[in-house]
Design a protein around this ligand. Structure first.
Ligand code: PGA
Length: 247
C-alpha cells in the first residue's frame, strides 16, 4: 500500500522568524511519521526552508509555477528555478489561483506539464464551488478540471498527485463529510483508471478545513490517500496531529 501524503499549504503566510519556529517545532515533535510529509511554502522562502528541511525527510513544495519555460514573463517563476531549490512538489490550480488569478483548466494543465518536465510532482487541485455543488454539478466540474490535465499530460498522468478541494470547504471550517469526500475521490479514481493502468498508485489528497479532529476519519476512506492542509499546517501541534493520523 502506498504511504499517505500530508502536504501543508502555507499560502501567503510566514516570515523568516515564523518559518524557522514552525519548522523547528515540527521537527521536534515529528518522530518517524508513517506517511510522507511536504511543506508548500511561499517562493521567497524556498531557500530558507530548503536549508531547514535538508536531511529531515520532509519534502519541500512550492505553491505555483509558471506555465512558460523561460523568458520575458516578469514576476513569474519557472519549474527549473523551483528545481534549483530542491522543490519536490508544486501546487497547481489551487482554487485561489483559479479564482483570483484567472487560471483556466488549460493553464493549469500546462503548469502540471512544466512541473513534470522539471522532475517536480505537481499537486493538481480540483474542486467545485458551493453554487456548483448546489446545482448538482460537482462531478461534472471536477471531471472537466481533471480531463484537461489528463489530455495535456498523456501517460505522465500517473506521476501527478491530485487534490480534491471543495472550494466551499477551504478556510471556512466546513469540511466535506467523509461520504461526500470519498464519493468524489472515487469518481476521480475511476477517471484516472480510464486514463492509465497506474491509477492506483496516484495519491488523491483531500483538502478543505482538514484539522486535528477530522483528519483520521477522512484519511481512513479507501480513496483518500492524504491531505492538503492550509490553516492547520501553520500550527505545529495541529499539523503534527494530522501527520500522526496518516497511518
Ligand atoms: P484550509 O486550506 O485547510 O485552510 O481549508 C486548504 C487549502 O486551501 O489547501
Amino acid at each position: 500500500m502506498k504511504k499517505k501524503l500530508i502536504a501543508g499549504n502555507w499560502k501567503m503566510n510566514g516570515s523568516l522568524a515564523a518559518n524557522e519556529a514552525l519548522i523547528r517545532g515540527l521537527l521536534a515533535g515529528l518522530g518517524t511519521p508513517a506517511g510522507q510529509v511536504a511543506l508548500c511554502v511561499p517562493a521567497v522562502y524556498l531557500a530558507q526552508c530548503q536549508a531547514l528541511l535538508a536531511g529531515t525527510g520532509l519534502d519541500l513544495g512550492a505553491q505555483n509555477v509558471s506555465e512558460h519555460e523561460a523568458g520575458a514573463y516578469t514576476g513569474e517563476i519557472s519549474a527549473a528555478m523551483l528545481r534549483d531549490f530542491g522543490v519536490r512538489y508544486c501546487l497547481v490550480g489551487h482554487s485561489e489561483r483559479r479564482q483570483y488569478h484567472g487560471e483556466s483548466d488549460g493553464v493549469v494543465a500546462l503548469k502540471a506539464l512544466r512541473a513534470l518536465a522539471s522532475g517536480i510532482t505537481p499537486i493538481v487541485c480540483v474542486g467545485e464551488t458551493l453554487a456548483e455543488r448546489e446545482a448538482g454539478k460537482t462531478e461534472e466540474v471536477v471531471r472537466r478540471q481533471l480531463a484537461a490535465v489528463i489530455h495535456a499530460n498523456g501517460h505522465c498522468i500517473s506521476e501527478i498527485v491530485l487534490a480534491y478541494e471543495p472550494v466551499w470547504a477551504i478556510g471556512t471550517g466546513k469540511t466535506a463529510s467523509t461520504e461526500q469526500a470519498q464519493q468524489v475521490h472515487a469518481v476521480l479514481r475511476a477517471q484516472l483508471k480510464a486514463a492509465t493502468a497506474q491509477a492506483d498508485r496516484i495519491h488523491i489528497l483531500y483538502g478543505g478545513s482538514m484539522n486535528a479532529a477530522n483528519a483520521a476519519q477522512l484519511l481512513a476512506q479507501p480513496d483518500i490517500d492524504g491531505g492538503l492542509v492550509g490553516g492547520a499546517s501553520l500550527k505545529a501541534p495541529d499539523f503534527l496531529s494530522i501527520i500522526a493520523s496518516a497511518v
